[in-house]
Design a protein around this ligand. Structure first.
Ligand code: ADP
Length: 614
C-alpha cells in the first residue's frame, strides 16, 4: 500500500540529482545465474589486485608448509632425543620454535593482505552498485522495495567482504594442508594412513548433507532479512500514513510474521551448521583411537616408531581440521556467493537507456513545449495516455486537471523522460525530447511537488540542491523571493539549521517555500508544480501563492491543479480523463462549453477546491 503512495519523483531538479563516480560506468555487464558464473564475476574483481593476491598465495603455501613441518619435527624429536638420546636437542628445539614462529608470521601476513584486498574489492563493489542504482530507470524502482535494495548495498556486500577476508584463504590453505598431510602420512606408513582414512567417507557424507541443508537455509535467511529490511524501511518512511490510517496493529503483525520467518530459518541454519564441529570432533576422536590402538601394536612389532605415532596423531588432527574448515567456510562462501549474486543481479539490470549517440544539449531553452499525439502505456498495461496533443508557448501556465488516475502525473513523467512515449512526440523548442540528453533536458526543468523532497543537511544545502555552485548570498536572495527568508531567519541557526530527511521540524507550508526557493535558484525555463491538496494556514498559503507567482513569471509552467483560483489564472486548462484530453482552453472558454470542466467547477465552487475524486 505504502509504495503506491510514494511519488516516483525523488528530487527537485533531476539533472543534478545524480553524482556520477568514475568507477564502473557500465563497463561490466555481469549476469549471475549460477554459482560458477558468480564466482567468475567475483574473480574478475579480485584479479585487479593480482600482485597482492600472488603474495597472499605464497604466504598460504609457506604457512601450510610450516604447519606440516611442526608436527613432523615433534615426532622426529621424540624418536631422536627421547628414544635414541641423541645430543643437540637445544638447537633442534630452537629450530622448531623458529618454524612455529614463521608459521604465525606467514599466517598473519596472509590475513592482513587478504583483508586489504577484500576491503578494496567491496569498496569498489559498493561504488559500482550505488553508481549503477542511480543510473537505473524509474520503472526499476517502482518494482522494488527501497529497503530491499539497501540491504543489497549493505548486508550482501558485507557478506562478500567477510567471506573474502577469511574463507578464500581458508579454503585454499585447507586444500593445501589436506594434500600435504596425506602425502607425508602415506610416505610414513601407508597402512596407518589407510586406517586413518576409514572415517573419511563418514565425514564427507555428513558434511555433504549438512552443507546442502545449511546452504538452502542461509539463502532463505538472507532473503528473509532483505524482506524484513524492506518492510522496516517502507513502514518507517510511511510512518505518518501508518498512523493516519491507524494501521499500527496490522503493520506490527506483518512485521512479526517476517521476523518469525527469520527466526525459523536462522534457527535451523545456525543449529545445523553448529552441528558440523561436533560431528567432526566425534569422528576425530574415532580416528585418534584407531591410530593409537593400531599404532601401539605396530610399535610393539617394531614396524613404526613412537615418533611416527605422534606425527600421525597430529596429522590426523591436521587432516580433519582442514576438512572441518572447508565445511565451515563452505557455508560462509555460499552465503557470500548468494550475496554477490544479489549484487550482480542489480548490476546486470539495464541502465536508463543511453542517450542516443547524436543526443544534443541545449544551452538555452525558451520553454515552448509541444505534445504531439502522445500515446503511452506502462509495461503490461493498456494505454494510459492516448493521443494527447497540446502546445505551450514560452511563459504560459498550463493547468492539468482531471480525476485521480486521469494521467496527469504520467504526462509529467513523460515530459522529463522518466518514460518515453510509445508513439507521438514531445518537443521542446522544436526539438524532440528523445534527441536531447536526459540530463540536459532535466536541467531546464524544476519541480515543486506536494511533498517536497528534503534531505538531511542544512537549509543552505537543501536550497542549493537547485544549483550546486550557488553562493550563500544567491541562496538567500532566492529564499527572499520565495518568502522563505523570514521564517528561516527566525530559526535558531538560521540558514545553518540542519533539516531531517523527513522534513520534521518545519511545517508543510515552509517545506513548500523551501522547494520554491530551490526552484527559483535553479532558474529553469520549465516548471512543474504539483499543488498541495493539504490545507495550509492562510498566511503561509498567501506567501506560497505570492512566491509561486514570482517563480512562474516568464517560465512555462505545468500545474497539476486542484485549486480553482490557480486554474482560473492559467493560460490554458487541459482537462484529462482516462488518459485522453477531454477539453482544453481557458477557464472562461471551458465554462462556456458547459462540458465536463464546467460541471466539475459548478460542483466544486463551494469549497474553492477542484476535487481530485471522480
Ligand atoms: P493522475 O496523476 O492523474 O492521478 P497517473 O498519471 O498517476 O494519474 O496515473 C494514470 C494511470 O496510470 C492510473 O490508472 C495509474 O494506475 C496508472 N499508473 C501510474 N503509475 C503507474 C506505474 N508505475 N505502473 C503502472 N501503472 C501506473
Amino acid at each position: 500500500m505504502l509504495r503506491q503512495l510514494k511519488e516516483p519523483f525523488q528530487y527537485q531538479r533531476s539533472g543534478e540529482a545524480v553524482e556520477s563516480t568514475a568507477a564502473g560506468k557500465g563497463k561490466r555487464k555481469p549476469r549471475a545465474q549460477n554459482m560458477s558464473q558468480t564466482l567468475k564475476q567475483m574473480w574478475s574483481y579480485l584479479i585487479l589486485y593480482k600482485g597482492r593476491l600472488a603474495a597472499v598465495i605464497v604466504m598460504v603455501i609457506l604457512s601450510s608448509a610450516f604447519s606440516l613441518l611442526g608436527p613432523y619435527m615433534a615426532g622426529t624429536a621424540i624418536d631422536r632425543f627421547l628414544m635414541n638420546r641423541d645430543s643437540g636437542i637445544i638447537v633442534f628445539l630452537l629450530l622448531m620454535a623458529l618454524v612455529y614462529a614463521l608459521h604465525s608470521i606467514t599466517m598473519w601476513l596472509q590475513s592482513i593482505w587478504m583483508i586489504t584486498i577484500s576491503q578494496k574489492t567491496v569498496y569498489r563493489m559498493r561504488v559500482e552498485l550505488f553508481d549503477h542504482l542511480h543510473r537505473l530507470p524509474i520503472p526499476f524502482f517502482s518494482k522494488r522495495q527501497h529497503g530491499e535494495l539497501m540491504s543489497r548495498v549493505t548486508n550482501d556486500i558485507e557478506n562478500v567482504s567477510s567471506s573474502l577476508n577469511s574463507s578464500v584463504i581458508q579454503v585454499f590453505s585447507s586444500i593445501l594442508l589436506l594434500v600435504g598431510t596425506v602425502s607425508v602420512m602415506l610416505s610414513l606408513s601407508p597402512l596407518l594412513t589407510l586406517l586413518t582414512f576409514l572415517v573419511v567417507p563418514l565425514m564427507v557424507l555428513g558434511m555433504k548433507w549438512i552443507t546442502k541443508q545449511t546452504g538452502r537455509l542461509f539463502k532463505a535467511q538472507q532473503r528473509n532479512l532483505g524482506d524484513l529490511n524492506g518492510y522496516i524501511e517502507e513502514t518507517l518512511s510511511g510512518q505518518r500514513i501508518v498512523k493516519a490510517f491507524s494501521q499500527e496493529k496490522t503493520v506490527i503483525s506483518a512485521f512479526k510474521e517476517r521476523n518469525e520467518r527469520i527466526r525459523v530459518s536462522g534457527f535451523w541454519a545456525q543449529t545445523i551448521s553448529g552441528f558440523i564441529p561436533k560431528l567432526m570432533n566425534a569422528l576425530n576422536n574415532l580416528s585418534f583411537t584407531i591410530i593409537a590402538g593400531i599404532g601401539a601394536i605396530f610399535v610393539l612389532n617394531d614396524q613404526i616408531t613412537v615418533g611416527t605415532i605422534i606425527i600421525f596423531v597430529e596429522y590426523s588432527r591436521q587432516f580433519t581440521r582442514p576438512l572441518n574448515d572447508l565445511a565451515n567456510q563452505w557455508n560462509t562462501l555460499l552465503s557470500a556467493v548468494a550475496g554477490a549474486e544479489r549484487v550482480f543481479d542489480v548490476l546486470s539490470e539495464d541502465e536508463e537507456r543511453k542517450d542516443e549517440g547524436a543526443a544534443r544539449e541545449l544551452a538555452e531553452v525558451s520553454g515552448k513545449v509541444v505534445f504531439d499525439k502522445v500515446t503511452f502505456a506502462y509495461e503490461g498495461r493498456t494505454a494510459t495516455i492516448s493521443e494527447v496533443s497540446f502546445e505551450a508557448t514560452p511563459g504560459e501556465t498550463i493547468a492539468l486537471v482531471g480525476p485521480t488516475g486521469a494521467g496527469k502525473t504520467t504526462l509529467i513523467q513523460l515530459l522529463c523522460r522518466f518514460y518515453d512515449p510509445s508513439s507521438g512526440s514531445i518537443m521542446i523548442d522544436g526539438h524532440d525530447t528523445r534527441t536531447l540528453k536526459r540530463e540536459n533536458l532535466r536541467s531546464h526543468m524544476a519541480f515543486v511537488l506536494q511533498d517536497p523532497f528534503l534531505f538531511e543537511g542544512t537549509i543552505y544545502e537543501n536550497i542549493r540542491y537547485g544549483k550546486l555552485d550557488a553562493t550563500d548570498l544567491e541562496v538567500q536572495q532566492a529564499a527572499k523571493l520565495a518568502n522563505a527568508h523570514s521564517f528561516i531567519s527566525r530559526l535558531k541557526d538560521g540558514y545553518g539549521t540542519v533539516l531531517k530527511s523527513d522534513g520534521s521540524g518545519i511545517s508543510q507550508g515552509q517545506k513548500q517555500l523551501l522547494a520554491i526557493a530551490r526552484a527559483i535558484l535553479a532558474d529553469p525555463s520549465i516548471l512543474v508544480l504539483d499543488e498541495a491538496t493539504s490545507s495550509i494556514d492562510t498566511v503561509t498559503e498567501i506567501k506560497i501563492q505570492e512566491a509561486l507567482q514570482r517563480l512562474m513569471k516568464g517560465r512555462t509552467s505545468f500545474v497539476i491543479a486542484h485549486r480553482l483560483n490557480t486554474i482560473q489564472q492559467a493560460d490554458q486548462i487541459v482537462v484529462l480523463r482516462d488518459g485522453a484530453i477531454l477539453e482544453k482552453g481557458s477557464h472562461s472558454q471551458l465554462l462556456m462549453q458547459k462540458g465536463f470542466y464546467s460541471s466539475l467547477v459548478n460542483g466544486q465552487l463551494n469549497n474553492g477546491m477542484l476535487s481530485e475524486s471522480d
